[in-house]
Design a protein around this ligand. Structure first.
Ligand SMILES: [Zn+2]
Length: 235
């Protein structure tokens, strides 16, 4: 920049605004798969709450042990803990970010209004609030129920076989040839409980982002490839 014949050097930080993606959807919608695909495609940093919690549960302190015990019962851990994990992660990213930093993807969070509000504050604090997109991978409750009661797990390698597209008809694991079985915890009662939780909590989060004009709704009742195509056309 030249002002009055004097050259003034202006340091420009954050030349690229990182993109923040938040993936929401019913259990069984395939949002995790889609989040992973987008991470690879755009070179994003992945933040999944399940993953962060599992890592935290391995630390041998009070919170580590209690997280471990709570996760085994299937109960939700408190929002304050989730938030602490987010902050630690975002701080780490802030410290290490370089020119290759394209953005962050939140997979399956926030799941409650209070989490949505806290995440909003955190993103503002770290100055990553200018480029947020929320993707709802939309499938009906009935479709979610069908997918979850019919999805299978390989007894050999543990691969989860979704009840979508060509996977519906495979009889053996496509990776190791192992036997496929319906998962023991995929009972109709347990699945209905998780779907109820979506109506009660996550639906409000979806509406929150919709009112802010950040929501992009994607038809999740298509093949994995077509869902990805629709996402890439809309972001
Ligand atoms: Zn297998």
């Amino acid at each position: 920049m030249v002002i009055g014949g004097q050259v003034i050097r202006v340091a420009i930080f954050n030349m690229v605004t990182p993109q923040i993606f938040i993936f929401l959807g019913r259990v069984g919608s395939g949002k995790g798969t889609q989040a992973e695909l987008l991470v690879k495609k755009l070179g994003l940093i992945y933040i999944g709450s399940g993953e962060s919690l599992r890592a935290r549960a391995q630390t041998a302190d009070f919170t580590g042990q209690k997280t471990n015990a709570t996760m085994k019962t299937g109960e939700l851990v408190p929002t304050s803990l989730i938030f602490m994990l987010w902050i630690n992660r975002l701080e780490e990213i802030k410290k290490s970010q370089d020119n290759d930093f394209n953005g962050v993807i939140f997979d399956g969070s926030p799941r409650k209004m209070i989490e949505a509000q806290l995440l909003e504050e955190a993103l503002k604090w770290y100055e990553w609030d200018k480029n947020i997109k929320v993707l709802l991978i939309d499938i009906s409750r009935q479709e979610a129920f069908n997918r979850l009661t019919k999805r299978r797990i390989c007894q050999g390698c543990g691969q989860l076989i979704p009840y979508v597209g060509h996977y519906k008809n495979i009889e053996k694991c496509d990776k190791c040839g192992g036997e496929l079985e319906v998962r023991a915890d995929d009972t109709p009662e347990a699945i209905n409980l998780r779907l109820d939780l979506y109506e009660q909590e996550v639906q409000l989060v979806v509406e929150f982002y919709e009112k802010k004009g950040l929501l992009i709704s994607i038809n999740g009742e298509q093949s994995i490839e077509d869902v990805q195509k629709e996402i890439l056309e809309n972001i």
